[in-house]
Ligand binder design. Sequence first.
Ligand code: HEM
Length: 461
Amino acid sequence: TTTPRIPQPPLRPFVGNLPELDTDAPVQSLMRLARTYGPFFRLRILDREFYVASSQELVNELCDESRFNKRVHPPLKEIRAFAGDGLFTAYNSEPNWAKAHRLLMPAFGPIGVRSMFDRMLDIADQMFVRWVRFGPAASIDVADNMTRLTLDTIALCAFDYRFNSFYRDEMHPFVGAMVGALSESGQRARRPKLMTSLMLSTARRFDSDAALMRSVAQELIAERRRDPRGAEKHDLLNIMLNGVDPVTGEKLDDENIGYQMITFLIAGHETTSGLLSFATYLLLKNPQVLAKARAVVDEVLGDEMPRVEHLAQLRYIEQVLMESLRIWPTASVFAVKPLEDTLLAGKYPLTPDDSVMILEPMLHRDPAVWGDDAEAFVPERFAPENAEKLPPNAWKPFGNGARACIGRPFAMQEAQLVLAMMLQRFDIAFDDPSYQLKIHETLTIKPEGLRIRARSRRSAQ
Ligand code: HEM
């Protein structure tokens, strides 16, 4: 048998397919390429070659963990400068991955996350109280507000720390360091190494950002140890400081705990704030869905403060979020590699040195699964009776298998609560009715320049 030719855009000398990628919008570039070259194609960016897969049929094969597992792809490798062998950036073989995974799984499971409900409510209430004070004519920057919210929520739930982002204009220095270092990590992955090595001031900035993040984390650990009542707190930091891994009998060391803290802040806030921002946008674009979601919220919550028991009855809000993640999955790609030489789809030879990027936004538009109206926002696709008919691995916003997102229940609970509260308390509208969706890309995607007005539904206000 002969190997079929794998589609690839024309190569340019030295840079390969680099001109095909808009460095400020790599995900949107990959989507455009998938529309041209189909569900499996090859790219060469400088000296780096990889494949891009985006049909359910191929992705279903690539999610078979007996044949493929996670590749720590170039941007993630750069992030190791400050997230080290934390869960997100660890190589599969690093012992701290399995150790931390075993220790933290229960805390991030449904029961652990329910215990964080009141802290999530605390931060959400802070944001919405502020919206009421702004008044109905104010123009609210959605992504900015949601990012403050998700950052404060993960820090409060994970290590009982208050960033107090709603009480200051300038964000905490940790945030600036994190945003700067994440952006440089992405750029480094797409830039010739020689060029990076010549950019001395950028490198100094990157190193000092990484050092600042590490020192904030170590300071929080030291503070917890100094606090005479520290041991009474129920949070992830205490689980990491005191928990003993049942398999090795060992604790996590302070360096690794610091990496996990930075990881939670990185992985735990951009993605969820993007989700809440896209969900807001999609609801405003689809008034009939907004009306239905509002009706569900009014029936379940009425005028009450949300309680954890309400969440199970807000299933439609969860469907709205799942459909938002289908159309705009905020962590849009993850990478896998074969465990040994193999043929993908019985015809494309791959080796363990190869990387296959799974391009979620196109997987989530595969017409064989989602039909011809894949661009339409229809949360009913995720009603239980419809969701159970979906083929396996058709919806992958949280990655796959053992290396899938540990924060999924956390993110979904937080987003469900915040969206329900927004609909309960406000009539929302686009600030500029002619707003056209523009996507801002960093490691994640977000709607850029999305501004809304929020009128309190309580008549007195
Ligand atoms: C892993 C998406 C929220 C922590 C992942 C992966 C994806 C993802 C796609 C797999 C990455 C890969 O294969 O390379 C999302 C989305 C979120 C979200 C879309 C929100 C809507 C969160 C939150 C936390 C979190 C709230 C923490 C509190 C992590 C960690 C990993 C991970 C630690 C690495 C897991 C491991 O490999 O053991 N996430 N995530 N994520 N996520 Fe999330």
